[in-house]
Design a protein around this ligand. Structure first.
Ligand SMILES: O=C(O)[C@H](O)COP(=O)(O)O
Ligand SMILES: [Mg+2]
Length: 416
């Protein structure tokens, strides 16, 4: 017999191996508990331990203990043997590394900050089908940022009004029309009508302006329903689907990724509800980790914030974007999306902070233009052109009326 003691999971001499999944947490131990004891409890509960000492026949046991192997103030590192995890199951991985430990009394708070993924786990996931290559493979953006827009109001527009706004925005210069996160298949704007009419409008615009355009239609639903919607997008000739990946759950995202592979469809990941996990500084799961999960599960784009230049609370957008496009054993990179409160007056700062390999998405910053959506889209495109040419927005506005009007309205302010 061997004993598994819940305080046996600490070994500060342990060096993680190349096959370990290494996770960094910030923890605040419970009153009266040392960081060492709390770290050991984290490693125990997230791998093969529990609150009580266990007595097990050694011959019947594969040792899958995690090891709390480093402590630096409130930051702890835990190494997990890869055999603990089922290949290709994000749900099972999260039930370990972000499962019971998020609520256990041994810690006041605990936040999963970062993960270092071994090849043996990464290779169980498909990763993005297209990633950053959509700029060339599906659109004509070349080396400039891809531009996208969401019609506003978010919900309530009739199908005709929604499609007309999309058409105006495409003609004004955006590449992608996007549904909002809470627009799916409601009676005022049914999914299939919107899909068919938007793609017909896309074809007209492409013919007229000679640039490829596409539509990020929100297929979010119960998983079987979502697969039917994915099939419909393919039947109607769309190139992308949009999924609210946090509210759907990663298992559903994995299923959609497989179906999209059959149809050569790219996946645009909206992250609505991410802040329930990542907004509190000391608890939950960081956006950096959520973005990692999204890459493994195979989305092609994901929203990662605006480097503080938009309406949502800030996070480490540059660091997350760097991770999404870094080498990961040959897995395709993900194209980051900057969205939430952007307008033409902040585009120069945005591109300075994040580079040009991004999607710049503006809803209110286009449709709130005093001269309407078409002018708003032109203004956004002009602000990108100015930034890429290294000309100040103010100078460029001297010869571009739409940009001038946008700057008069919003200046370079970041909204709340
Ligand atoms: O879904 C999104 O990305 C938001 O609706 C963006 O809208 P906004 O540009 O008006 O903030
Ligand atoms: Mg939105």
């Amino acid at each position: 017999m061997t004993g598994i003691e819940y305080d046996d999971f600490l070994d500060l001499e342990y060096e993680p191996t190349a096959t370990d999944l290494v996770c960094e947490f910030t923890i605040d131990p419970a009153d009266g508990m040392s960081t060492e004891a709390a770290a050991s409890r984290v490693a125990s509960e997230s791998s093969n331990g529990t609150w009580a000492a266990l007595h097990v026949d050694e011959n019947e046991l594969t040792d899958l203990s995690a090891v709390a192997c480093a402590i630096d103030g409130h930051e702890i590192t835990v190494a997990y043997p890869d055999a603990l995890f089922e290949s290709g199951s994000m749900a099972q991985i999260l039930s370990c590394i972000a499962g019971n430990i998020m609520g256990m009394k041994a810690v006041e708070t605990i936040r999963l900050e970062d993960c270092h993924w071994p090849e043996s786990i990464v290779s169980g996931f498909p990763g993005p089908q297209f990633g950053t290559s959509v700029a060339h493979e599906k659109l004509d953006a070349g080396d400039r940022p891809i531009l996208a827009t969401v019609p506003k109001p978010k919900v309530g527009l009739s199908t005709d009004a929604h499609v007309q706004i999309g058409e105006d925005a495409w003609r004004g210069g955006v590449d992608l029309l996007k549904d909002d996160e809470n627009l799916t298949d409601q009676s005022f704007n049914p999914f299939e009508d919107r899909l068919a009419d938007s793609l017909a409008a896309r074809d007209r615009v492409e013919e007229d302006v000679g640039e490829r355009k596409d539509y990020l239609v929100n297929v979010t639903a119960e998983t079987n329903e979502m697969l039917e919607r994915v099939d419909l997008v393919a039947e109607h000739g769309g190139g992308f689907v949009m999924v609210d990946v946090i509210t759907c759950g990663w298992a559903a995202v994995q299923t959609v990724r497989e179906r999209c592979d059959r149809h050569d469809l790219a996946i645009h990941a909206h992250r609505a509800m991410h802040a329930a996990f990542d907004r509190l500084e000391h608890h939950g799961v960081s956006m950096r980790v959520l973005a990692q999960l999204a890459r493994l599960c195979g989305v092609d784009h994901i929203h990662t914030g605006t480097a503080g230049l938009g309406k949502l609370a800030n996070e480490d957008t540059p660091g997350i974007n760097e991770w999404l496009t870094s080498d990961l054993y040959g897995m395709n990179p993900v194209l980051p999306v900057a969205s939430g409160g952007l307008h033409p007056g902040v585009v120069d700062q945005l591109l300075d902070a994040l580079g040009t390999d991004i999607i710049v998405q503006a809803g209110g910053g286009i449709h709130g233009h005093p001269d309407g959506t078409y002018a708003g889209a032109k203004a956004l495109r002009q602000s990108v052109e100015a930034s890429l040419e290294g000309v100040s927005l103010d100078s460029y506005a001297d010869e571009h009326d739409e940009l001038a009007t946008a700057l008069e309205k919003w200046g370079a302010e970041t909204p709340r």
